[in-house]
Design a protein around this ligand. Sequence first.
Ligand SMILES: C[S@@+](CC[C@H](N)C(=O)[O-])C[C@H]1O[C@@H](n2cnc3c(N)ncnc32)[C@H](O)[C@@H]1O
Length: 385
Amino acid sequence: MDRGFIFACTEKSEKEMLKTLIFTTNRIYGHKVFAIREGDLVFLYNLDTDILWGTFKAKTSGQYDKNLKIFEGKYPYYVIVEPIGEIKKIEKASKIFKKLGISWRDILTEEGAKLISHIIEKNTYDININRRVKIVDEDYRPPIFSTTLWDYPKQSYGDTPKGNNKYPGVTPAFIIYNLIHRYTSPGEIVCDPMAGSGTTIDVCKEEGRRVIAFDIVPTRPDIIQADARALPLKDNSVDMIFIDSPYGDNIKYNYHPKNIGNIPASDERFYDELEKVMVECYRVLKSGKVLAWLIGDQWAKGVFIPVGFKIYERLTKYFVPVDIVCVARRNQSSNTPFWHSKAIQHNFYLRGFKYLIIVKKDDKEKHRRKKKKKDLKINWRYYER
Ligand SMILES: C[S@@+](CC[C@H](N)C(=O)[O-])C[C@H]1O[C@@H](n2cnc3c(N)ncnc32)[C@H](O)[C@@H]1O
């Protein structure tokens, strides 16, 4: 075993879960279910009675079935478990969580899972914690962000690499992780037209999404060579597109003549070529589905170029805006004392964030209904200041 997972249930659902030995949950915790591997320890926590049941072992990795029979398909994320010995319980579990400084939502380390198992087995509140033992595994999966400010310290996470962190301009994997959990269901197909070192492929595979990736110069066999302006895909064929395009010619990816990263951001041609990529994305994306575009501004030799705004402008010629996320930049080469003091001395700023522009291909039918709604008169109230 490697880790521990706590499923929540209610008075109503507890019986069914203990009888079927299928522990289920909804979309909110879907990402947590996809982190479960066969052999991990699993517990069941009744939110109504504050009782914790254990110990179970995962017989499968985390699964998804939108037609799952139990609970009328309301909880499609699940794992099949088997008890390890006799099923036991401990009451007032929240007292234990408090003592350990954890929440049932956390992913537990091997030591943490064993400790919880021991507590249930011995039915004890007398917990001696060695403070050096890590109970929660914060590094296994990134958080799912609820605000428009995303900040995570590392390019990758978990047991396996995501993309190649030596690749120039590699995408931080937590961005793709957050996007696919928000905008796709397991089994759906994600496309990355400028895949670089393949971060999107690695994240999607681990999270049970199908993925198709292209680049003008593929770095690995599972990336197909194609120009993002002419993708070998049918119209309306993918469920989400993630794209981390060049931000100008600041990074030398390769010398391929069709590499858009050879055109400077100061040249309008750069945006014209990326607009062709947008049109192609629009063609292959299914109606109502999301395209997420990661982009950063440029400041070089005393000139500021708002690349993000320019890309947003072009994108919204075709797509409907969903949101803009600010992604904190942490691991760039200018993050050194030398560059920090230069920025203050010469009164310029180092790039501190990137834009993650989220747009969607409009659903024509929905759009029509929305327009109709728009005609409704809104009675605004005005207040004296
Ligand atoms: C910022 S990198 C992508 C990084 C990638 N997401 C990763 O995690 O490694 C941009 C990529 O766009 C590719 N590219 C540039 N022009 C292209 C084009 N016309 N068609 C397809 N890919 C292109 C470059 O080769 C480069 O790999």
